[in-house]
Design a protein around this ligand. Structure first.
Ligand code: COA
Length: 170
């Protein structure tokens, strides 16, 4: 398994992983494409031994107040048959190393409160809960914002990501 930068040619395979991972809660194609076009220069895919894309991490970078660099993980997913083999961890390491290199002091992500698998991965990297986001993913589906210093997270631990899937996403 290898982690490399996302390229536009990866889009069909990334969308396959997206649909297999999130089903009815997947981003609509339009929303997903908007994220991809915004984030593609910072994002990563995991490729298996045959060159098939088996996971992705969409990483965002923004200029914050007074030019401070801000960033986080917009979405992270691994193809269901490939899970629990370290792919999510490897994608997270790469994403957090990138954010650290870019000078981001605090990386953030959103995750559904009920998504214990993703939170377990994030906790491996030292993400902590910063804010509850009531009904963020739809009625009675709360989200949570989690944050970490990417420099601390990649120092000997591992990493993690998340995504926002609002009901309004369509
Ligand atoms: C979350 C996700 C990306 C994890 O990918 P993965 O490749 O299976 O993760 P890894 O194998 O690298 O797991 C690393 C660590 O995370 C934790 N973890 C991952 N999946 C877990 C699960 N289902 N239950 C408990 N802990 C889990 C474990 O600590 C694991 O280490 P271990 O296997 O040595 O115990 C994957 O489950 C996924 O794509 N889920 C659906 C999409 C999603 O929810 N994305 C995040 C949105 S916020």
């Amino acid at each position: 398994m290898k982690i490399r930068k996302f390229g536009l040619a990866d889009l069909p395979q990334v969308m396959r992983v997206e649909r297999a991972s999130f089903g009815a809660a997947s981003y609509s194609s339009t929303t997903f494409l908007a994220h991809v076009f915004r984030d593609r220069k910072h994002s990563f895919v995991a490729e298996d031994e045959r060159g098939a894309v088996v996971g992705y991490a969409l990483v965002r970078m923004n200029l914050g107040w007074l030019g401070a660099r801000r960033g986080g993980i917009t979405s992270l997913a691994v193809d269901p048959p490939r899970r629990r083999r370290g792919t999510g961890r490897a994608l997270m390491v790469q994403a957090l190393e990138y954010l650290a290199e870019q000078g981001v002091g605090e990386a953030d992500l959103e995750v559904e409160v009920s998504n214990r698998a993703a939170q377990s991965l994030y906790e491996v990297f030292g993400f902590r809960r910063s804010r509850l986001l009531p009904h963020y993913y739809g009625p009675d589906r709360d989200g949570m914002r989690m944050v970490v210093n990417p420099r601390d997270a990649t120092r000997g631990r591992g990493g993690c990501g998340g995504r926002a899937k609002r009901a309004a996403d369509g």
